[in-house]
Design a protein around this ligand. Sequence first.
Ligand SMILES: [Zn+2]
Length: 437
Amino acid sequence: MLFAAQRVHVAARPRFKMAAPMATARVDVSGIKDPKLDMCVRRALSVAPLALQIVAECPITKARACSLALPHCVVNTPVFMPVGTQGTLKGITVDQLEDLGCQICLGNTYHLGMRPGPELIEEANGLHGFMNWKRNLLTDSGGFQMVSLVELSEVTEEGVKFCSPYDGRETLLTPEQSIAIQNSLGSDIMMQLDDVVSSTVTGPRVEEAMKRSVRWLDRCIAANKNPERQNLFAIIQGGLNAELRKACLDEMIKRDVPGFAIGGLSGGEEKDDFWRMVTLSTDHLPREKPRYLMGVGYAVDLVVCVALGCDMFDCVFPTRTARFGSALVPWGSLQLKQKQFAKDFQPIDPDCQCATCRRHSRAYLHALFKCDTAAMHHITIHNISYQLTLMRAVRQSIIDKCFPEYVKSFMRRMFPSPEQYPKWAVDALASVNIKLD
Ligand SMILES: [Zn+2]
């Protein structure tokens, strides 16, 4: 299972009003706005396909706001990246994603590599051309899908062997093939193929997987045909073992890749182990490179992990939960299929500026859910808007030097009382000098 059950707090209306600029955060759709930044970015891009400019650092925590220049536009971080699968995000169009101000989204290498296949996508000028998406794309290595979707996968030094769920044939995905597919897709950020073990596995397999991931990183670097246009990110492994994580960090940092992902977490481990591994990683990762925490998308996790120094996040949670009728709000979530919303004429969130909240009531969405898949679509738009708006507000608070206050008001609004704050979040925030009251 990818995600542990999330604690949600269902309420008919907000309990607290926030002082932080959550609802008023401006949508920056253009990517590049500041002409000075534009110049600096273009200069950097002339030699490398990625440049990270640190805009502000929180003086209290490890949080930072950056401008990450990628080939298709500048990404303002911290950023949440919605996840697409087969060249599309379930329940949302590319136009709508653009309107929400999304500057980068994920494409799924495994599915795209199988169907329609890299040749066809290359013919369409890569995944950008195929989807007609003008902003940035990040593709995964395809390895994780294999481990999570295919029961019969076997890892050897050569690569990951698995039976294709499409035609049942035995297939081998090597680091070289993963990069070849991602080169055909033309993504702005490519992920290395790593040897993924569940975060709950312990023993020698964790060390083996970590060392193999380092060897595979070298093979991925060597296989990248487009280092001037496509950024390859390393994935830090090492399970929940601090020594292994540190050894992996040391090795991968030596490779001087354009960016680093913290991998192998969010797989059902204790949250206390999770945050300690995250903070260990950000303590050692180079300041001038982007840090991507994979598979994290719950609002509380995002805010805490920004405090621990992460810049980028992705997760299928907001789009997947939308399809079950769950709308994300600053005080938890609303299960719109529940009867209590049948006569509720408020929008999902009165402070939300998204197309769904501007036009539709909870009652309408509740009724629509019974007869039309359009309901899922409307909630998907709202949930992606919620994630992107949350990250913009977090970023603005870092720039305005009030991030710790923002975190406190965020927690006060998310939980009915301080007694309900998750202990791991309280401890993690205390480790970066935010004492929740
Ligand atoms: Zn909304």
